[in-house]
Write a protein that binds this ligand. Sequence first.
Ligand code: ZN
Length: 192
Amino acid sequence: MALLEVLTYPNPILKRKSVKIEQVTPAIVKLAKDMLETMYEAPGVGLAAPQVGELVRMIVIDTRPTDDDGKPITEGMTELEQKVSYPLILINPEVTKKEGKIKWEEGCLSVPGYVDGVERAKLIECRAWNEKGEEVVIKTDGLLAVCIQHEIDHLDGKLFIERLSTIKTAMIKNKIKKHGYPDKKDKNEDVL
Ligand code: ZN
């Protein structure tokens, strides 16, 4: 396994649309494992392939809360979130059902140091392939639902800061272009 470089805004690759994966090859499985290692190292709870420069429709996720030693715990997870086995590798993920609305404070490894409230569907059904090429259907809410929607946005070339008000989006983008990113990350937030 290998750690990959996470691209940050305004890298133009993050604006491009990723292509569907036709077949789960060993190279795709290796990319998934490298993405997971990179995500845990960051640390983050989700990562999409274009964030490491690969324009293919694959995301990896582990939204489980952890205790002081970094061990996953179920405390704070919804019932639906607890039914999922982690980590998740989702290939060609698609949201097939959406219900309700929720606003969550999101962060992103590609926009380090920035956190803001984004409104998304509260409950979703997501269809995808796993790393064995088998079809999986995930019905979930909570942080996992937010994270899946955030990562699929990456596959479509969209960042969470582009889901804020037009003024806020422009302000954040200008600030980053002028001053770059802060050195220290706020590790208490969910970084997707
Ligand atoms: Zn992100």
